[in-house]
Structure formats: C-alpha cells, structure tokens
Design a binder for this molecule. Structure first.
Ligand code: AMP
Length: 207
C-alpha cells in the first residue's frame, strides 16, 4: 500500500511529477481540487455546496473535506494506494488523514522544492491561448513568441496574474500557509524534500 501525498507551490511541476510518480507506483492521483471541479461541473449537491467557496478562493470546511476524502479513498482504484494532491493543506487535515489511514498512516509526503526565482521564471514565461487554453512556454514554444496558437490560431497571451509581482506574492502566501504542514510531516519523519529543478524526466529519475 503506497499512500503518498505531494506538496509544492504553483509552478513547481507538482502536476507533472505527480502523474509520473503515480504511474511508477500504479496508483491514482487523487486531487481534491479536481474532485470539487468535477462536482461543480456536474452540478451535484456537493458541487452546489462548494462552488461559492471555491470561487472566493477560500478553503472548504474540514467537515466537508473529511467526507469527500474518506469516500474517495474508499473507491476501488485506491485500494492499493494513492497519491494525494491538494490534501491535506493544514496540520488539522493531516491529523484526520492519519486517523483515517490508521494503523499504517501516510507512507511519505513529497515536498517538491523549487527556488523562488526558478518558479518566477517559469510562470512569467508562461503564455496561454485565449481561445483553447493551451499553455506555451517562452523559449520553448514558437506560439509563445508569435502570439498565435499552433492548435487553433487563437491569440496567445499572458494571464494578468502571471506577472512577477503577482507570482512573488502568491509564493510568499503559499510558503506562510504551508510551513506548519511541512513541519508537521518533518516532525514525524514523513517528509521527503525533492529537488524540482531541471527537466521532468531527470527529476522523476531522482525520486
Ligand atoms: P486546488 O485545485 O487544489 O487549488 O483546489 C481548488 C479549490 O478546492 C481550493 O481553492 C479550495 O476551495 C478547494 N479545496 C481543495 N482541496 C482543499 C483542502 N484540502 N482543504 C480545503 N479546501 C480545498
């Protein structure tokens, strides 16, 4: 039973690495944000309950989270393990998860570390098609430089919240809110700090 979770700021490559790690262990990625987005799209009672909270950028209550996480981890695809992304976000949620997974608990929390300047460079170099949503990187994809989407011909632009000042602010808020969670895992010898700088394959190979 491989019960992993992955923590890392926006731009750390958490999504990319999460998928690779999950494939290597043949376990599903369980993203609580994705569970909520699917429920909002399908207009389920849960979706209706959390939509306004998500739109406001606030956290869903622990009570709702506990029901959602417990139900999701009971699904057949998660019986041999899982990689959680987006949960837990607080020490309180980590305590709940340990109780839920008793007696074994979490196998390991993976902290994907990328220096602030690298994340800033990645995010400020990101461009997105305003029509189809495909993302491109400056210096890697021609569409980022030309401003024309290779897939649909739409206009490729920079998101207003992908500027350096906005990214640095988000990173500082992230560091503040995540530090207690990382400390919680570190105190229990459950934290693996992974260097997230470099090409995705090289990072995955070093895990
Ligand atoms: P994410 O994609 O992980 O950023 O999650 C999107 C939204 O879902 C968040 O902004 C929260 O409103 C909600 N959410 C996801 N995971 C959690 C969690 N562990 N605790 C509270 N709210 C969460």
């Amino acid at each position: 039973m491989t019960r992993l979770l992955i923590v890392g700021p926006q731009g750390s490559g958490k999504g990319t690495q999460g998928v690779r790690i999950a494939e290597a262990f043949a376990i599903p990625v369980v993203s609580t944000g994705d569970v909520f987005r699917a429920n909002v799209a399908a207009q389920t009672p849960l979706g209706q309950q959390v939509k306004a909270i998500m739109d406001a950028g606030s956290l869903v209550s622990d009570e709702i989270m506990e029901g959602v996480v417990a139900a999701r981890l009971e699904q057949p695809d998660a019986v041999n393990g899982f990689l959680l992304d987006g949960y837990p976000r607080t020490p309180g949620q980590a305590e709940f998860l340990q109780r839920l997974l008793a007696p074994h608990g979490i196998s390991m929390a993976i902290n994907l570390e990328v220096p602030e300047d690298v994340v800033v460079e990645r995010i400020t170099g990101r461009r997105v098609c305003s029509e189809c949503g495909t993302t491109y990187a400056l210096g890697r994809d021609e569409s980022a430089t030309s401003g024309i989407c290779a897939k649909c011909g739409g206009a490729v632009v920079q998101r207003p919240d992908d500027t350096e000042a906005a990214v640095r602010k988000r990173l500082s808020l992230y560091a503040q809110s995540t530090e207690p969670l990382l400390a919680w895992f570190r105190e229990r010898n459950l934290l693996a700090d992974i260097n997230g700088v470099g090409e995705p394959d090289a990072i995955a190979a070093g895990l």
